[in-house]
Every structure is written in structure tokens, then in C-alpha cells.
Design a binder for this molecule. Structure first.
Ligand code: ADP
Length: 958
């Protein structure tokens, strides 16, 4: 296809690709390249880049212009987009035939002004490193006035925009100014090459002090607290990391250095990398590992100083501080020459790294209201933090921040360099962790074996914190046989029992009496946890402990650990082993105590109802900002984080009140009160579900009734699962009447799959289940099997599924009679998986749509599938886009075309089919009039071949 047509046809996609980040940077880089090439003249550039006009309008204007300028300009334009946004190709934009080399070589420029244009792209990059010096040179030589400089340096501009502004000003000043700036850049480049920072003695001393303190803070894993001092080196297990943006290149796993590295950068101008993951997914441990490797000089070698912060601890900083005070007082104090050291930090931001763990635990929600740009200006620490993350403070210093996903809203997202998702352990990660935890290989083997036999528990172990608990309690696990843990509550009860019985000097009580024996400790810790949740308090002072009657003996049980602190505070402070443990104790308190407010359960299950009412802190009120604050524009992100803790607590409350555990409470509290709480929870769950179902819109005529899960739906399902009472699940599902259930981007992992399948199996009518863009994985696929009989279509695109998952799926799924559609695009399926799928398909007589886009099934896989689908009477649509399919595969697929009376569309774009393969397809099409189109873009074909074959068969689309 001609480049002009490509520009026209893909207008919407290109527009989206250039504008979706919200930053003008992509457009400007494309414009730089077009200017360099002479494809745009200066006046045209100015007409497009109108300051203050909407970005979309500017890009539309450019699209119009390049289209009217013709084929050549379109070719250069596409090449420029491809260079600026290499991911765009993965996202579906075709650049076919556009030249890839935009550099002009061998041409001598007659004037410096011309050089400014022809080298614009690289000059913008170079100038960013020396903009102040360049301005100084221009002022000194009399070309620039101070108001020119102010105009260039306006803080609203990003460094690259400042560089472009400088070039534009220089251009308007004429040839001599152009010469001056080029000369300056050349000079500073050669001196930069020779630069070796000479580090003063005091700086080196400080560096050592900081790194040894970081090393000391990070070499042991604190969750092992009292039970053993576990060196991080011995237990650290790689968890799964993914880039958040789906267009990013997913091939190859990310490693720790990639977190700060270039991979997946969406905004070059931003400094902040977000690592997001659920509670217990290992965010703090990952940072701890990064810190340790930096301190040892193994990783992050480019950074001379690393300043680690914990948002949990920053909460207790009441003073207003400057950045300098924040760094030195909270991380490491320089013994001498503080000013000199801080000046070095300011002068070399690219050599410095800050990390902030647990943004979700910061009491104040992210706000961009108060701007602080000066590193010596004092401000409340949350304001400092927000300005650091946005890059107003310490621009150029790389910042890594961790948070639960719900706690980061769009206001902060637009300041992110990239987002990395932490997805817990992979199946081999679980294996590796268990083996590291148990040095005795026989014990490790036994634990792993028992996990394989209990896939619900195996699913839970994807979450590192649960994997840790399960490993920690291996004796209980191996001894419990039939009643082995199924739910998250079961796992936490297991560790409760484990700690209580192992730390207590009393002889362990057999049977169910263990809780009764320790009821006081549980209630004391429970109250501490409960009140803490109500006030966003995760670190407790002696006074807090005293208020809840927590004694030294209670601390010895091991649920509380000493809080680590980089700054030297005098008094001891404590925190729960993990925030989920605090939620669990809060839940125990709600269930076991007679002292909670009657409305507590109701409020817990409907946290949104709490807004605007002021009650005492033990009713979870402290965490909810008043409505005034919200009106002032707070994003309320901390509220979201709090809601997430309350939801975890509610999940535990549901589990603890399950029929299965009631015998445990029998001796501890009056059963009438307990029954009442159970009824309250069941009512809340049913009401919650009802609310979701009521929100389902009536279908447009001719369309299916579809429900897109709202936040909270998966959580309610998980609560129902924790209760393990099929009547509740049945009741809930009997009222759901939809044809299609959409749960895309809902953070669904194996644990959620178990709960979903448990509940959805009771649906009355078949449903399409859409789970695209989650982390279902192979274990999750297995967990979904119990509800497969009720699914008529299954969407599992982007879910990290491998051949193993396919093997599990076909064991049950596809043989179901009503199975019509399966979408498995962008997973890790190879020829082996395709063969398994083909085996399953042989027994299926209902499949209409099969999508395998973006896998690696190759010719062998395509052949296996083709042989299973030959003669299909139902298949309408098949996509094998981007699968490394060559002509052998095409040959086999030609037979499907020949023999199928139902097939309408075959998608083979982005493969490596050659002319011979296409000829087979053409021959098959001659015998089939039903097929409407065969898509063959981006295969191994020359332009001439494409033209010739298009003439032959108009249903082929290139
Ligand atoms: P998060 O910060 O996401 O809530 P943590 O990092 O605190 O999670 O992890 C909870 C617990 O899980 C840790 O205390 C540790 O026992 C275990 N854990 C997490 N990640 C790892 C890992 N990569 N290797 C070994 N253990 C881990």
C-alpha cells in the first residue's frame, strides 16, 4: 500500500499514538525529524506547533499537511513516527515500505542556520545537557537578552522544550547567533567527554557511610523477624515484572536493572518510575533487593548515591523540611561539608536515585496543588514528595516509587516515566522460594508436593507473602491432610496458630482450644490493628501499645516487629509483620470482640458510605477525608488505599465467619452475637452484588446484555469465596442475568480465578467470560475449569498463558458443546500448545472464533490447527497474526479454506509467508466463495508480488 494511503487509513491510530501520553514530546520529535529532512519548512512548522492549541488539533494539522504534500513526505513522516514510537508498530500501526534511515549523510550545510534545522533532532538532545551554559554564551556574545533567557527557561517547559525554544530564538536572531550556539555545543561536547567527576574526600566518605547504612538496613528480611534472621541473599526469589503499557515489547523478562533502565519508557521527560503491585506482591522486598545490590556495587552502578525512603515512616514526620534536610535527616547525615555534598547532588542529578516505598500508605492523597521548586525551601514532607515525583524538585534525579495500583490516579500517572507491574511469583518462582526456605530438600519436596495436590493453595502462593506463610507453616500444612487450606483466611489462621503455639511458653494445646488459650493476645493485637486501620496508622509507639494493653509478652509472639528507621529516632516503634497481617488482626477483632460498634460490619463492606460522616476512629473514620477536602481537588488516593485495606479486612471477616471456622470461636464468644454478625455479612454481600447487577444497562437491540465489572465486584466475589458456602454463591448468581461478563484489567490472578470459578459455576445461563489483560497464567486457567461448562466464550488475551495452560484448558474447556469463541492472543503459546489445542478442537463442534494473535505457534502449530479445523462447519473467523507462520503453514491453512463451508475471515498478517504460500491460498480461494477476506499484510513479499497477487485475487488484503 502507498504511504499516503497508510497515513489516511491509519489516521485515528497515528493520532492516538502521538497524543495518548498527553505530552507534546512525541509530536515535537516527529516535527524535529521532518524539519531536519527539509520535509517541512519553518513556516509550516510554526503553523502546526501553535502554543496553547490542543495537541490533537496540532497533530491533525500535521496529518493534513503531510497528506497534501504527497507520497514522499508521507514516507518520511511514517519513518519519523516509527523512530519516535517504535512501539506503535506493535500496537498495530503499519509502516510498510517506509524508509528507516532518516539521517542525512554527506551533505554539507552552507550556513549555520541551516545546520540548526538539519541537525535539529540531535541538537535538541545535546542542548538539554548544557542549556544554562549555552544561554550564558549567547548572552555574553550579545545575541540574547536576559528576557530571551527567561522565555527559554520558563518552568512550564520540559528540558527538551526549553532546548527547542532556544533553537527557535537563535534562528530568529540570525546567522551569527546560530554560529555561536553551534560552537558552544561543540566545545561542551568535547569537554563532557573528558569529564570525570573528581570526588572530594568528604563526598567519598559520605558515599561509604550511606551505602553501609543502606546495606545494613537491607540485608535481612524483616518478616522473618523473631523466628529467624533470614539474609535477603538466601531467600530472595525473582518475582514476575511486567511493563504496564501493553504496547511495550513484552519479549524477554524484565530484570531489576530494567526498573530504572530505558525499557518501556513512555515519557522521557519524567523521572519517576512506579512499581505497582497488590499488598504482599513483594514491592518492599524488591526495593530492598535493589538497595542491597546498589550498596554492594553490583547493580545501579550509574548512581553514586541512593536515598531510600519509606512513606510509612514519612507519615510520622511532623516538621516542615527542605529537600536537603529530608535527605540528610531521614537517610544519612554527612559528618562534614554538608553544603558541598548537597551541591554535588544538585549539580549531578543524573547520578542520584531516590526510592519511596509504599506511596499508598502516605496519609495524604497525591495532590499537585502546592508547587515547590527550590531545594532549600521548607515544606511538609508530603508536599516535598509530590514535587519530587512530579519533577519540580530535583529534576533529573531518578525516583522509584512503589504502591498498590488502586492508589495511583491519573493526576500522578501523567508524571510517570514508566510503570512496572509486580505480579508475584511464577510457578517456577514458587518452586524456587520453597526450596530456598527449606534447606532440607526432603521437606521442600514434601511442601511442593502438597501444593501440587491443592491447586487452590498453589494459586495463593503466587502472592509472595502467602508463599512465605505457607512455607513457614509447613508442619501444619503437611499435618492437616483433608482440611488443608483453601482460602486466604485459612492460610492466615494457619500462621496465627503457628505463631501462637510456637512462641508460647505453655505447652501447645491440642485440638481447637488454641485460640481460647490465647484469646487475650489476639484481642489486644486485634484492637491495635483495628484502631490503626481507622487512623491510617501502621507504626505504633509504646503509648499506642499501652492503650490497647499490648504487653511485652504479646510482642514476643512475633506478629509485631521493630520498625526499621534510617533516621535515628530514640524510642522503639513497632509495625505488623505485613500490612495484610494488620488487616487480619483487625478482622479477628471485629469478629471476636463485643466492643465494636454495631454498624462496623456494615461500614466495612460499604466504605464509600463513610464519606462525610464523622464518627470515632474505631469506626474506620480517620482515613476518610471530609467532603471539603475533596472539593478542593484532592485526588483522594489515600482514601482509595485505605479502602483497599478495608476490603482486605472485609475479606478476612467473611472468611472468619465462615461455617467452617465457627467451631473455633465456639468457646471464645457468645454464639448469638456471632450468628448476628454472619447474617450482617451475608446481607452486605448480597446487597453489594445486587447493586452491581442493577448497574447493568439494558442491551441495545440486537446486542448482548453485557456487564463490565465495576471496581469492587471481584472483591465481593472473593468475600463470597472466603465464606465457602455454596448457598450464598448460588443466591448471588441466581440474580445475575447477562450474556457477557467483562473483567478486563481487573488484576485477576490465580487467586481471583479460584474465587470467580467458585461463584460463576452457579450461573443459570451460559455467559461469555472476558478476562483480557490480567495475570491469569497457567495456574489460573486450571482454577477456572470449574466454571468452564457455563462459558460459551472465553477471552484470555495478554494473560501470560503458556502451553501448559492450554493443556489444562483442553482437558475440559473446549470440549464443552456450547463453546463458540476463544481468544488467546498475546500469550506464550508455542507449536506445542497449538498442537494441544488442535487435539482439543477435534472434539469440538461449536467453535466459531479462534484468536491466537501474537503467539509463537510457527508452521508446525499452524499445520496442527489446520488439520483439526479442516472441514469445520462452524468456524467463521481465525487469526494467527504474528505467529511466525511461513508458507508451510499457509499451505495447510489453504486446505481449511478449501474444505470449510463456514469460514469468512482468515487473519495472517505479520507472518513470514512467501509467494509460494500465498499461491496455495489463492488456489484454495478459487474453490471457496464464502471466505470474504484473507489478511496478509507484512509477510515476506515484495511490492511487485503484492501487486501481482492483488490483481489475481481481490479477497487477499495486503
Ligand atoms: P508488599 O510490599 O508488596 O506488600 P512485601 O515486599 O512486604 O510485599 O512482601 C511480603 C513478604 O513476602 C516478605 O516479607 C517476604 O517474606 C515475602 N517476599 C516478597 N517478595 C519476595 C521475594 N522476591 N523473594 C522472597 N520473598 C519475598
Amino acid at each position: 500500500m502507498f504511504n499516503r494511503d497508510l497515513v489516511l487509513k491509519q489516521r485515528a491510530e497515528i493520532l492516538h499514538a502521538l497524543c495518548s501520553s498527553g505530552s507534546t514530546e512525541h509530536l515535537e520529535r516527529v516535527l524535529d525529524k521532518l524539519l531536519s529532512q527539509g520535509e517541512l519548512i519553518w513556516e509550516e512548522y510554526q503553523n502546526i506547533q501553535v502554543q496553547g492549541r490542543a495537541l490533537y488539533t496540532n497533530v491533525r494539522q500535521l496529518l493534513d499537511l503531510v497528506y497534501t504534500k504527497g507520497e514522499d513526505t508521507c514516507e518520511f513522516f511514517l519513518a519519523a513516527v516509527k523512530q519516535v514510537l517504535p512501539e506503535a508498530q506493535g500496537a498495530g500501526i503499519t509502516f510498510s515500505g517506509c524508509c528507516s534511515n532518516l539521517e542525512k549523510t554527506g551533505e554539507s550545510q552552507s550556513t549555520s542556520s541551516q545546520t540548526l534545522l538539519t541537525q535539529r533532532a540531535s541538537l535538541v538532545t545535546k542542548l538539554q545537557a548544557c542549556i544554562d551554559g549555552a544561554l550564558e554564551a549567547l548572552v555574553e556574545s550579545g545575541h540574547f537578552t536576559s528576557s530571551d533567557c527567561d522565555d527559554v527557561l520558563l518552568p512550564i517547559h520540559t528540558p527538551s522544550q526549553q532546548a527547542r525554544r532556544l533553537l527557535d530564538h537563535v534562528r530568529s536572531k540570525g546567522e551569527s547567533a546560530a554560529k555561536c550556539v553551534l560552537h558552544y555545543i561543540q566545545e561542551s561536547e568535547s569537554s563532557l567527554n573528558q569529564e570525570k567527576w573528581t570526588l572530594s574526600k568528604e563526598f567519598s566518605k559520605y558515599q561509604k557511610k550511606l551505602s553501609s547504612s543502606v546495606s545494613a538496613q537491607s540485608c535481612f528480611l524483616s518478616s522473618y523477624g523473631r523466628t529467624s534472621h533470614m539474609p535477603l541473599d538466601e531467600i530472595y526469589t525473582e518475582a514476575q515484572l511486567e511493563l504496564a503499557n501493553d504496547f511495550a515489547d513484552l519479549s524477554g523478562a524484565l530484570d531489576l536493572d530494567d526498573i530504572v533502565g530505558a525499557a518501556g519508557t513512555v515519557n522521557d521527560e519524567a523521572d519517576t518510575v512506579l512499581v505497582s503491585g497488590e499488598a504482599g506482591s513483594g514491592k518492599s522486598t524488591l526495593l530492598q533487593r535493589l538497595h542491597l545490590l546498589w550498596a554492594r556495587g553490583v547493580s545501579l552502578k550509574g548512581f553514586l548515591l541512593l536515598f531510600p525512603f519509606s512513606c510509612r515512616r514519612l507519615n510520622s514526620e511532623q516538621r516542615e523540611l527542605s529537600v536537603q534536610e529530608l535527605l540528610f535527616q531521614h537517610c544519612c547525615w554527612p559528618d562534614k561539608e554538608q553544603e558541598e555534598i548537597f551541591q554535588f547532588i544538585l549539580d549531578h542529578p543524573h547520578l542520584i536515585l531516590f526510592s519511596f516505598d509504599g506511596l499508598d500508605e502516605l496519609k495524604q492523597g497525591f495532590s499537585d496543588e502546592h508547587m515547590v521548586c527550590c531545594p532549600t525551601q521548607r515544606a511538609p514532607v508530603n508536599i516535598l514528595l509530590f514535587n519530587l515525583l512530579q519533577g519540580f524538585l530535583m529534576k533529573g534525579v531518578r525516583k522509584v516509587v512503589t504502591s498498590r495500583p488502586e492508589a495511583v490516579g491519573p493526576m500522578l500517572k501523567k508524571h510517570l516515566r514508566k510503570e512496572v507491574l509486580l505480579k508475584g511469583f511464577s510457578p517456577s518462582g514458587i518452586d524456587c522460594f520453597v526450596k530456598k526456605h527449606h534447606r532440607d530438600p526432603t521437606v521442600a519436596a514434601k511442601v511442593l508436593e502438597s501444593l501440587q495436590m491443592n491447586t487452590a493453595l498453589l494459586g495463593l502462593c503466587h502472592s509472595p507473602v502467602l508463599c512465605w506463610i505457607v512455607s513457614q507453616c509447613h508442619k501444619e500444612l503437611l499435618g492437616c491432610g483433608e482440611g488443608s487450606p483453601q482460602t486466604i483466611t485459612d492460610v492466615y489462621l494457619m500462621i496465627l496458630q503457628h505463631f501462637l503455639q510456637h512462641q508460647s511458653p505453655l505447652k501447645s494445646t491440642m485440638g481447637l482450644g488454641w485460640l481460647q488459650e490465647h484469646i487475650k493476645v489476639v484481642l489486644h493485637l486485634g484492637q491495635l490493628a483495628f484502631e490503626g486501620l481507622g487512623t491510617s496508622c501502621y507504626i505504633f509507639t509504646d503509648t499506642d501499645l499501652e492503650t490497647c494493653y499490648v504487653t511485652e509478652k504479646d510482642i514476643c509472639m512475633g506478629f509485631l516487629i521493630l520498625s526499621k528507621d534510617m533516621s535515628s529516632t530514640h524510642s522503639k516503634r513497632y509495625e505488623f509483620l505485613h500490612v495484610t497481617m494488620q488487616c487480619f488482626f483487625a478482622a479477628l477483632f471485629i469478629v471476636l470482640s463485643n466492643n465494636t460498634d454495631r454498624s462496623t460490619i456494615h461500614k466495612l463492606f460499604e466504605p464509600q458510605n463513610m464519606k462525610g460522616t464523622r464518627l470515632s476512629s474505631n469506626c474506620f473514620m480517620g482515613c476518610i477525608p471530609s467532603s471539603d477536602q475533596q472539593e478542593q481537588g484532592l485526588e483522594g488516593e489515600s482514601v482509595i488505599a485505605e479502602t483497599s485495606n478495608l476490603q482486605i479486612t472485609a475479606t478476612f471477616v467473611s472468611g472468619l465467619l465462615s461455617q467452617r471456622h465457627r467451631s473455633l470461636w465456639f468457646h471464645c464468644c457468645p454464639s448469638a452475637g456471632m450468628e448476628k454478625k454472619v447474617r450482617q455479612v451475608v446481607k452486605c454481600l448480597s446487597k453489594g452484588m445486587h447493586k452491581h447487577f442493577k448497574s447493568i444497562p439494558q442491551p441495545v437491540q440486537g446486542e448482548k446484555k453485557s456487564m463490565h465489572a465495576m471496581p469492587g465486584f471481584v472483591w465481593l466475589i472473593k468475600c463470597i469465596y472466603e465464606m465457602q458456602e455454596c448457598k450464598i454463591a448460588k443466591d448471588a448468581m441466581s440474580k445475575l442475568e447477562v450474556d457477557h461478563l467483562k473483567l478486563t484489567y481487573c488484576n485477576i490472578g490465580p487467586v481471583e480465578c479460584t474465587a470467580l470459578a467458585y461463584v460463576l459455576q452457579y450461573l443459570r445461563n451460559p455467559v461469555g467470560l472476558q478476562l483480557d489483560y490480567n495475570s491469569v497464567g497457567d495456574v489460573g486457567v486450571e482454577q477456572l475449569l470449574p466454571c468452564m461448562h457455563i462459558c460459551n466464550s472465553l477471552y484470555l488475551r495478554n494473560n501470560n498463558i503458556t502451553d501448559e495452560g492450554i493443556r489444562k484448558l483442553i482437558a475440559k474447556g473446549i470440549q464443552c458443546d456450547n463453546f463458540q469463541k476463544i481468544a488467546l492472543g498475546n500469550n506464550n503459546i508455542t507449536a506445542e500448545g497449538a498442537k494441544q489445542l488442535a487435539e482439543g478442537l477435534k472434539f469440538n463442534h461449536s467453535l466459531q472464533y479462534l484468536g491466537l494473535w501474537g503467539n509463537k505457534i510457527s508452521d508446525t502449530g499452524a499445520e496442527a490447527l489446520a488439520s483439526a479445523l479442516e472441514g469445520s462447519k462452524t468456524l467463521v473467523w481465525l487469526s494467527l497474526v504474528g505467529n511466525g507462520v511461513g508458507s508451510a503453514g499457509a499451505y495447510a491453512l489453504a486446505k481449511v479454506i478449501e474444505s470449510s463451508a463456514s469460514l469468512e475471515e482468515l487473519w495472517l498478517t505479520e507472518n513470514c509467508i512467501t509467494k509460494a504460500g500465498v499461491e496455495c491460498l489463492i488456489q484454495a480461494l478459487e474453490r471457496n466463495t464464502h471466505v470474504k477476506s484473507v489478511w496478509l499484510r507484512n509477510n515476506d513479499l515484495s511490492l511487485e508480488e503484492v501487486e501481482e497477487m492483488t490483481r489475481c485475487e481481490s479477497r487477499l488484503i495486503f
